[in-house]
Design a protein around this ligand. Structure first.
Ligand SMILES: Nc1ncnc2c1ncn2[C@@H]1O[C@H](COP(=O)(O)OP(=O)(O)OP(=O)(O)O)[C@@H](O)[C@H]1O
Length: 232
């Protein structure tokens, strides 16, 4: 469970998050929407301690993130835009095993996690492929596999569809659906709801650093259409 309580974040004098209180239970598929500059990326960067609150608290499983950064980063995985820049190894399999290796797991457990997470994104036959040979959608899927291999309770994807063509988007979405059914919670940051509307349990929309809308897709559709978010 991820909890923020009266979370405030400022950049210089400018308030980016203005008293955000939010609880995300395990397993929930949350879409975090809102216009450019509304605070989405700033908010999710608090979920695993990439930013520190100016005021308020952020807790993962009821422990303040700053008290146990390792636990927070194990429970909350993140995949950012442009994953091509974040790969650390030359091949798909080596990259996905990098995180579990750093957890000090046994070879058997590392192999199991690599197999499971690559097959969750439909890349089980591509372990030996070079990262440089992948398309944009495949890069995104390998980045998701790398995060899944850490077996997080929540996986945060920041604008995962940027730069992907329609078939690549559809492929990533169908694999997210599969992982979601298997129990992984998701927080997907987007300003375009069309891709993920059908997968979402909950839509949270920010405006000017505050929660403007929070509810099930069917409840919020009419409320969010007027603030710069594409609704299907
Ligand atoms: N490193 C930074 N330094 C200064 N201001 C920042 C920084 N990062 C974000 N901001 C400002 O904080 C506010 C929230 O930005 P944030 O990136 O969280 O919004 P966002 O909703 O994710 O936007 P986008 O959809 O454009 O990515 C904006 O006004 C932005 O200009």
């Amino acid at each position: 469970m991820i909890t923020t309580r009266n979370l405030v974040h400022r950049f210089g004098g400018a308030v980016a998050l203005d008293k955000i209180s939010l609880t995300i239970p395990d397993g929930q598929f949350v879409v975090l929407a809102g216009p450019n500059g509304s605070g989405k990326t700033t908010l999710v960067r608090h979920f695993n301690g990439l930013l520190t609150p100016d005021e308020g608290d952020v807790l993962v499983d009821e422990t303040p993130v700053e008290d146990d950064l390792v636990a927070a980063r194990t429970r909350v995985g993140m995949v950012f835009q442009h994953p091509r820049d974040t790969f650390v190894s030359a091949t798909v399999g080596a990259d996905v095993s990098f995180g579990p290796e750093n957890l000090g797991l046994s070879h058997e457990e590392i192999d199991r996690r690599v197999e499971t997470s690559l097959s969750a994104v439909g890349m089980e036959d591509r372990k030996n492929d070079r990262i440089g040979s992948l398309s944009g959608g495949e890069c995104q899927r390998v980045a998701i596999a790398g995060a899944l291999a850490m077996e997080p309770a929540h996986l945060v994807l920041d604008e995962p569809f940027t730069g992907l063509d329609a078939p690549a988007r559809d492929s990533v979405i169908s694999h997210l659906e599969r992982c979601s059914k298997d129990g992984t919670g998701f927080v997907v940051v987007t300003h375009d709801l069309r891709d993920v509307w059908s997968l979402a349990d909950r839509i949270v929309a920010l405006r000017d650093g505050q929660i403007a809308v929070d509810g099930k897709p069917s409840e919020v559709a009419s409320k969010i259409a007027d603030f710069g978010i594409h609704v299907p």
